[in-house]
Design a protein around this ligand. Structure first.
Ligand code: NAD
Length: 338
C-alpha cells in the first residue's frame, strides 16, 4: 500500500484525494488545509483525516466541528509520497518541507518545470519518473496537447504544431476571476508559454501556441493545426488513431454536442463525480486533413484532466507498476472512457 498525503485541498487536491481513495494499492493518509470552510467539512465527511497547515488556526477548525488529525509536517512524515496541490508558486516553497522529511513529492503544472526532476504525462514519459523523487504533472492545457501530440508523432511524425488555446476565465468557484464580458488575448505575446511547457515533454517538437481568455468556467477549447511528416491516406485514419487512445473521447456528430456546456451536461447526466471529464474531447467532424495539414478542435476539462495523471505519477515514482498497468488500473477505478 502506497501511503499518500495531499497538501493543498482545493480544485485539484480534492479530486486527487478522491481518486487516490479509489485505488486498491493506495491509502490516503490525509489532506492538509489552510482554512476552516465548507471544503474542510467535506473532507471530514468523506472520512479523510484533516491536517492543518497553520497550527495557530487549529481552534478555528474545531469551532466549525472539524477534528484536526495533526499538522502538515506530521502528514508529510507519515506519507510515502505527497501530492502538492497548492496554488502556483507555493509548491516550490514547499519543496524544502518534503526534503526535510525525505518524502518524495508530486507537484502541479502551475509550478515552473525547475521544481522537479521530471515533467510528467503518463502517456508520454511514465518510465522517466521511476528514479525521480520530485515529479511535476504538467498543466491541464499541456496535458491536453500532449495526449494529442503523442499518438500523432508516433504514427505520422510531426513537422510543426500550431495551437490556439481558448481558455476558461476561471474555475466555477473562482468568483473573482474574469473576464465577464470580453475575449482577452492572454498572454498577448506570441507564442504563449504553453508551447515551451509541451516541450518539457517533447524537447524536439516544433510548436507555437496562442492563448486567449473568455467568459466561461466550463472547459478550455483548443483549435489545433498539426503539419504531419507522413500524413495518412484519409482523415478517418486519424479519427481511428485518436479514438483508440485511452484518455481521448471522439465526440460524434449524432450526439449533437455543440460546445463545452453540452459536454459538461452529458458528464453530469452520466453521473460523473462533479461532472468531471478526465479525457480530451475531440469533435470527430473537426478532424480534417488538407494535404499534410491536420486540423481539429478539442475541449479540455481544466479541473479534472490532470487527476488520472497524478494517480499514475504516484505509481511511477514508487515504481510498483509499469506504465500500461498503472494507466489501465487508474482508468478502470475512475471509470475513464464513456
Ligand atoms: P486552488 O486554489 O483551487 O487550491 C489550492 C489549495 O491550496 C487551496 O485550498 C488553498 O487554500 C491551499 N493552500 C494555499 N496555500 C497553502 C499552503 N501553503 N499549504 C497548503 N495548502 C495551501 O488551486 P488549484 O486550482 O487546485 O491549483 C493547484 C495547482 O494545480 C496549481 O499549480 C495549478 O496551476 C494547478 N492546476 C490547476 C488547474 C485548474 O484549472 N484549477 C488545472 C491543472 C493544474
Amino acid at each position: 500500500m502506497l501511503r499518500v498525503g495531499i497538501n493543498g485541498y482545493g480544485t485539484i487536491g480534492k479530486r486527487v484525494a478522491d481518486a487516490v481513495s479509489a485505488q486498491p494499492d493506495m491509502e490516503l493518509c490525509g489532506v492538509a488545509k489552510v482554512s476552516p470552510d465548507y471544503v474542510a467539512i467535506g473532507a471530514v465527511e468523506a472520512g479523510y483525516p484533516l491536517y492543518v497547515v497553520d497550527e495557530t488556526r487549529i481552534e478555528e477548525f474545531r469551532e466549525i466541528g472539524v477534528d484536526v488529525a495533526g499538522t502538515v509536517d506530521e502528514l508529510v512524515e507519515e506519507s510515502d509520497v505527497v501530492v502538492d496541490a497548492t496554488p502556483s508558486g507555493i509548491g516550490a516553497e514547499n519543496r524544502s518541507l518534503y526534503e526535510r522529511h525525505d518524502t518524495p513529492a508530486i507537484f502541479q503544472g502551475g509550478e515552473d518545470a525547475t521544481v522537479a526532476e521530471v515533467s510528467f504525462n503518463a502517456r508520454v514519459n511514465y518510465d522517466e519518473a521511476e528514479d525521480a523523487d520530485y515529479v511535476r504533472v504538467v498543466s491541464c492545457n499541456t496535458t491536453g496537447l500532449s495526449r494529442l501530440v503523442a499518438p500523432l508523432e508516433e504514427a505520422y511524425g510531426i513537422e510543426k504544431v500550431r495551437a490556439t488555446l481558448v481558455r476558461r476565465g476561471g474555475d466555477p468557484n473562482q468568483t473573482g476571476r474574469g473576464p465577464i464580458n470580453d475575449a482577452v488575448p492572454d498572454p498577448v505575446s506570441i507564442p504563449s508559454h504553453h508551447g515551451p511547457d509541451v516541450q518539457t515533454l517533447f524537447p524536439k517538437l516544433d510548436i507555437d501556441t496562442i492563448g486567449l481568455k473568455v467568459p466561461t468556467t466550463m472547459m478550455h477549447v483548443h483549435a489545433i493545426n498539426v503539419t504531419l511528416e507522413n500524413p495518412p491516406a484519409s482523415e478517418d485514419d486519424v479519427r481511428d488513431l485518436l479514438a483508440a487512445q485511452e484518455r481521448t473521447i471522439m465526440v460524434p456528430e449524432y450526439a449533437r454536442i455543440d460546445g463545452a456546456g453540452t459536454l459538461k451536461d452529458m458528464a453530469a447526466d452520466a453521473g460523473r463525480p462533479r461532472g468531471d471529464i478526465w479525457e480530451n474531447c475531440i469533435w470527430e467532424e473537426s478532424v480534417t486533413l488538407q494535404g499534410s495539414d491536420l486540423y481539429c478542435m478539442q475541449a479540455i476539462h481544466q479541473e479534472s484532466d490532470v487527476v488520472p495523471e497524478n494517480v499514475d505519477a504516484l505509481r511511477a515514482i514508487s515504481g510498483h507498476l509499469s506504465g500500461p498497468e498503472s494507466r489501465s488500473l487508474t482508468n478502470e477505478t475512475l471509470g475513464i472512457g464513456f
